[in-house]
Design a protein around this ligand. Structure first.
Ligand code: XMP
Length: 582
């Protein structure tokens, strides 16, 4: 193997050879081999070919892999591109990325990212801390897929603590709060419930007023013909139902349940109880089969050092009656979150580059020196520097790009997202912190573009229609929807998020100025399905750029602006669309 020094020497030699080819790459002879990466050469190609002594073949392969000077005036690096476009705010649809020579197959790309010491994700996707996006179900689904959910704070502190516990103590495959019915209900009531809530199942555990499991109501008796019968008349009694205690499930509940289903032909549900017959949950055979399949998946769940799912929680910069930062409340709640095992706290506000937010981060950093802290939102390098100096590990970038945001309309403030990300990335590099692209993402291609500048993305709208998002499915003209609202919408602020936008929830003397809207999202099914599409798109983008991992994606990206006609060209056009890509 050649030494680093030899590689450097030979690299220069090869560069000089190429130098002599008219109209080709013009290198700076003072550059060393490490710079080849940034110039579009695959370092492994350089090293391998030079190690084999094949300077001639190195020359021809590199000619194929290099960036041609014919391309460079058009497809520019981030520094050149954003500097050249410094007078205009750019966002996702008005730029596109140029493909590069690639030896990378999309399915082999790696998506793991470390956002802070002790906070590693296997995919760079975070669900927003919004009350119509992330509670424990969403956070569990995100972590199981390798990402992270930030539990919102529009709820009492105690409730947020139990949401975090639900994620941290989630037993994969165990439905912790199955829908239950009571012995006194009529089958007709159960049928109405199924219809009203659009349940896709009809078997229910039956519990009495004390939460004791008394039997199972099987789907085959939940029929209109039995509508006037009581659940107690139709249920399969406790002693005839297969049950297991949580203790018996042991360390690998899925393997234990899998064995149970194999041994008990035709049984598809296993009831989990505590020692006193209180219902703890339900395991279904279909979930066990899906999880067993998922264990072979490329992207593993994101877990902490104790093998629990990762979970984040948002906190706001609350003030006491004197208008001062409420240190006591903030520290008590943060301490309890840490006790429950929270992996990261997100200080979520609309204007992160402000004294109150900086003070709050300092308070948290002093009290919890090792706790990963996310803070936001900002759109300037000064904002990133300020929050990094206060102690943040990862900084949310985005003011007004969100699908439900009206900040730019109401306050006249905010920066189109890609320009904001580039400017913030300059400060983030300097301060060695991560930035998170928060808001405005509507498709996987947007994520690829965001990840050329940021370490991860935060999405609200994309997940708000998922089964795991809080809220019920609504049927309107035969279509299914879920509600999605900005945390700065009037309704959300009244439920608690006013502090995020610098207002007082109890302030009835004047109208709160909403910076978000209330909306609907089409129901989009389980998070697994949505994430599979997004991840596929990210991997595809990385394949086009020859990027084997996220660091290479950031390093290799080349940009160009897109004209309005180019934007139309980018979407399906001049056809009658029969099926969407998804
Ligand atoms: P997407 O585009 O994913 O955006 O739906 C989600 C992000 O939007 C931010 N957010 C708001 N911004 N007014 C705003 O200006 C609001 O009411 C509001 N609510 C959420 C937030 O950063 C979120 O992650």
């Amino acid at each position: 193997m050649p030494t680093e020094e030899k590689i450097r020497g030979k690299s220069r030699w090869v560069v000089n050879q190429m130098d002599s080819v008219p109209g080709r790459f013009e290198p700076d002879p003072s550059r060393d081999a490490s710079e080849f990466d940034g110039l579009g050469f695959s370092r492994s190609v350089v090293v391998n070919l030079l190690a084999k002594g094949g300077c001639q073949s190195a020359f021809s392969v590199m000619a194929a892999t290099r960036i041609s000077p014919l391309d460079t005036p058009f497809y520019q690096t981030a520094d050149k591109f954003f500097t050249a476009n410094s007078k205009v705010g750019l966002t996702f649809d008005v730029i596109t990325l140029a493909a590069l020579y690639s030896e990378v197959l999309p399915r082999e790309t790696k998506l793991d990212i470390t956002l802070a010491d002790g906070l590693q994700l296997n995919i760079p996707i975070i669900s927003s801390d919004m009350d119509t996006v992330t509670e424990s179900r969403m956070a569990i689904a995100m972590a199981l897929n390798g990402g992270l959910g930030l539990i919102h704070y529009n709820m009492p502190d105690r409730e947020q603590l139990s949401q975090v516990s639900r994620v941290k103590y989630h037993v994969q495959g165990l439905i912790q709060e199955p829908i239950k019915v009571s012995p006194d209900q009529l089958i007709g009531d159960v049928l109405a419930l199924i219809e009203q809530k659009k349940f896709g199942f009809s078997t229910f555990p039956v519990v009495d007023a004390k939460g004791i499991f008394v039997g199972l109501l099987s789907g085959h008796v939940v029929k209109p013909r039995y509508a006037t019968k009581k659940v107690s008349e139709a249920l399969t009694p406790r002693k005839q139902v297969h049950t297991i205690t949580k203790k018996e499930l042991g360390k690998d509940p899925i393997a234990r349940a899998d064995k149970f289903f194999t041994e008990h032909i035709g049984i598809h549900k296993l009831i989990v109880l505590d020692e006193d017959d209180h219902l703890l949950g339900l395991i279904t055979m279909s979930d066990v089969e899906r999880i067993t399949q998922e264990r072979k998946a490329q992207f593993k769940p994101a877990r902490d050092a104790q093998f629990r799912l990762v979970c984040g929680a948002a906190v706001s910069a609350t003030r006491n009656a004197f208008g001062e930062l409420d240190r006591e409340r903030i520290l008590t709640h943060a301490g309890e979150l840490v006790e429950r095992g929270v992996d990261v706290i997100a200080v979520s506000t609309a204007h992160g580059h402000s004294k109150g937010v900086g003070d709050m981060v300092r308070v948290l950093r002093d009290a919890f020196p090792k706790l990963p802290i996310i803070v936001g939102n900002v759109t300037s390098a000064a904002g990133v520097e300020y929050l990094a100096d206060c102690g943040a590990n990862a900084i949310k970038v985005g003011q007004g790009p969100g699908s439900i945001c009206t900040t730019r309309i109401v306050a006249g403030v905010g920066i189109p997202q890609l320009t904001a990300l580039y400017v913030c990335s300059l400060a983030a590099k300097k301060k060695k912190v991560a930035i998170l692209a928060d808001g405005g993402i509507t498709k996987s291609g947007d994520i690829v573009k965001a990840l050329t500048l940021a370490q991860s993305v935060i999405c609200g709208g994309i997940f708000a229609g998922c089964t795991e998002a809080p809220g019920e499915v609504l049927e309107i003209s035969g279509k299914l929807y879920k509600s999605y609202r900005g945390m700065g919408s009037l309704a959300a602020m009244k439920s608690g998020s006013a502090a995020r936008y610098g207002h007082e929830k109890a302030d009835t003397t004047r109208k709160l100025a909403a910076e978000g809207i209330e909306a609907l999202k089409e129901a989009s099914g389980p998070v697994d399905r949505v994430l599979a599409q997004l991840i596929g798109g990210i991997q595809s983008g990385m394949g086009y750029l020859g990027a084997a991992n996220l660091a290479q994606l950031r390093e290799k990206a080349r940009y160009i602006r897109v004209s309005p006609a180019g934007q139309r060209e980018a979407a399906p056009h001049d056809v009658v669309e029969l099926k969407t890509g998804n």
